[in-house]
Design a protein around this ligand. Structure first.
Ligand code: SF4
Length: 416
C-alpha cells in the first residue's frame, strides 16, 4: 500500500491525460446512448404528469426513477472511451453499473471485463497501451494501484457522491478513527470505500449491514465481549488486524451511498448512543462522528416512491438489476406496503397469469401465478438508478398488452 502515502486516487505514473469529451465525440456518444436507452413513451408519460390510463388500466410512474446523474456520466464516459480510443484494447473493472442489459451493451462495444466471475482478461496481462474503465462505484486502492503501475490510460467514471464518502473515511483514518460503514461488505462500492479507510495499512474499518449487526457492535462498545466471536461474526467485513477492544474506541459512521436513509440514520443513532453510554457526552463528542452520505439520487427515488405509496395502488412493479442496491431498497419499500414484483425486464411479465420476479429474501427469481386481477387496476411503477428508460417503456407496453390494449391504441391520444 505504498501509494497510500500520497492520495491513492492520484496517478503513480500518469498516462498522458486526454479529454474524451470533445464536441465531436460527445455528439456521437449522445446519439448512440439515446439510440440504446431512450424512450419516447417514458418521456411523454413524464411530461403528462406520470399517469397513463386506458380502459380501466392505470399506470402511475414515480416522480423520480431510472438513470441518475452518476450513471449517465459513467455510461457517457465508457461510450466516449470506445469512440476516442478506436484502436486500443479497452477493459472495465467489473460491471459499469448494476444492470445486465446495460452491461451487455458495454460488452457489445468490445469492452472486456477484468474483474469478477465473468472476467475475460487478467490485470497482470494489461499493457501500457490499454485503456481501463473504472465503474461508477469506483474500485479499491490496490487494484487501482496495480493498473497505474501498468501505465494504462484510466477512464475513471467513479461517481462524485462515492468519492465524497472516500473523503470522509480518509478523514477518519487521519484522525485515528475506525470507519464503521453501513453497507454490504461484498458490494464493489463498499469494498472501494473500505480500502480508503486503511491509510497506509494503519487505519481500520468495520462493515455493518443490518440493525442486528449494529446492535451486536453497540453491545461490544458498551460492555466488551467475546473477541473471537465478534471477529467470526464480521469475517470478511473488517480490516486486517481489526481488534474490537482497540478499534471501537473512536468510530466514525459512513455508508454505502445507496442504502435506505432511515436505516442508515438508525445505525448512526444506535452507535452514537452506545458510545455515549460508554464515554458520556463529552467523551462521545471526541470519540464519535457521522457523515450523511446517502446520495441525492437514491434519496429522491426513495422519496418519490414513498409519495406514490401514500396513495392507493393495487400493485407495484420495480424494474432494475437484481444486484442493484438502490433498486433492491425500492423493492423492499414496496413489499412493506403492497404486492410488489421486482423484475429485470418486460420479458418477466410472462402472461396475464404468470410473472417471474426476484425474491429479495431467497435471492433468486421465483414465479407467482395469478398476479394480475381484472380491471379497474392501478399499477405503480418505479426503477432503480441503473435502469434505462427503454426497459421501463417495454414494461409499460407489456402491461397494456397483457390487457389486450395495443401500444398503438394506447399512444394514440397522446400523439394527437
Ligand atoms: S446512485 Fe448515487 S452514488 Fe450511485 S452513481 Fe447514482 S448518483 Fe452516484
Amino acid at each position: 500500500m505504498a501509494h497510500e502515502d500520497r492520495n491513492p486516487d492520484q496517478p503513480l505514473k500518469p498516462a498522458p491525460r486526454v479529454n474524451l469529451r470533445t464536441p465531436e465525440v460527445m455528439a456521437a456518444v449522445q446519439a448512440q446512448v439515446e439510440n440504446h436507452y431512450r424512450s419516447e413513451v417514458v418521456e411523454r408519460l413524464r411530461a403528462a404528469g406520470g399517469t397513463l390510463s386506458a380502459e380501466g388500466l392505470t399506470i402511475k410512474l414515480a416522480k423520480q426513477f431510472g438513470f441518475c446523474y452518476g450513471v449517465e456520466r459513467a455510461i457517457d464516459l465508457a461510450y466516449a472511451a470506445r469512440k476516442y480510443f478506436v484502436d486500443n484494447n479497452i477493459f472495465i473493472l467489473g460491471e459499469i453499473i448494476h444492470n445486465p442489459e446495460v452491461n451487455e451493451q458495454i460488452r457489445a462495444l468490445g469492452i472486456k471485463n477484468i474483474i469478477g466471475k465473468q472476467k475475460e482478461a487478467e490485470v497482470d496481462d494489461l499493457q501500457p497501451s490499454d485503456v481501463v474503465i473504472v465503474p461508477a462505484f469506483g474500485t479499491d486502492v490496490t487494484t487501482l494501484g496495480k493498473i497505474k503501475e501498468k501505465g494504462c490510460q484510466i477512464v475513471d467514471t467513479t461517481c462524485g457522491d462515492v468519492m465524497s464518502v472516500w473523503k470522509r473515511v480518509r478523514q477518519n483514518a487521519n484522525d485515528d478513527m475506525t470507519s464503521i460503514i453501513h453497507g454490504k461488505a461484498s458490494h464493489e462500492e463498499t469494498k472501494a470505500t473500505a480500502s480508503r479507510a486503511l491509510k497506509d495499512g494503519k487505519g481500520h474499518y468495520l462493515v455493518v449491514l443490518t440493525l442486528a449487526d449494529t446492535d451486536y457492535v453497540c453491545d461490544y462498545i458498551r460492555q466488551g465481549g467475546d473477541k473471537a466471536a465478534f471477529l467470526e461474526r464480521f469475517k470478511g467485513a473488517h480490516s486486517p488486524g481489526f481488534d474490537p477492544d482497540l478499534h471501537l474506541r473512536r468510530v466514525g459512521v459512513a455508508n454505502q451511498t445507496t442504502m435506505m436513509r432511515g436505516e442508515t440514520e438508525e445505525v448512526q443513532r444506535r452507535i452514537m448512543a452506545a458510545v455515549r453510554t460508554r464515554d458520556g457526552d463529552t467523551g462521545a463528542a471526541q470519540n464519535y462522528r457521522f457523515f450523511d452520505t446517502i446520495c441525492g439520487a437514491t434519496q429522491e427515488r426513495q422519496d418519490a416512491l414513498q409519495q406514490m405509496l401514500d396513495n392507493p395502488l393495487d400493485l407495484l412493479l420495480v424494474v432494475g438489476g437484481y444486484n442493484s442496491s438502490n433498486t433492491s431498497h425500492l423493492a423492499e419499500m414496496g413489499e412493506a406496503k403492497l404486492p410488489t414484483y421486482f423484475i429485470r425486464n418486460a420479458c418477466r411479465l410472462e402472461s396475464y397469469t404468470r410473472i417471474v420476479h426476484y425474491d429479495l429474501h431467497r435471492k433468486e427469481e421465483i414465479v407467482t401465478e395469478n398476479w394480475l386481477r381484472k380491471r379497474p387496476l392501478t399499477v405503480g411503477l418505479t426503477a432503480g438508478a441503473s435502469c434505462p428508460n427503454n426497459l421501463i417503456e417495454e414494461t409499460i407496453l407489456r402491461l397494456f398488452e397483457l390487457h389486450e390494449i395495443s401500444a398503438e391504441r394506447l399512444l394514440r391520444p397522446a400523439v394527437a
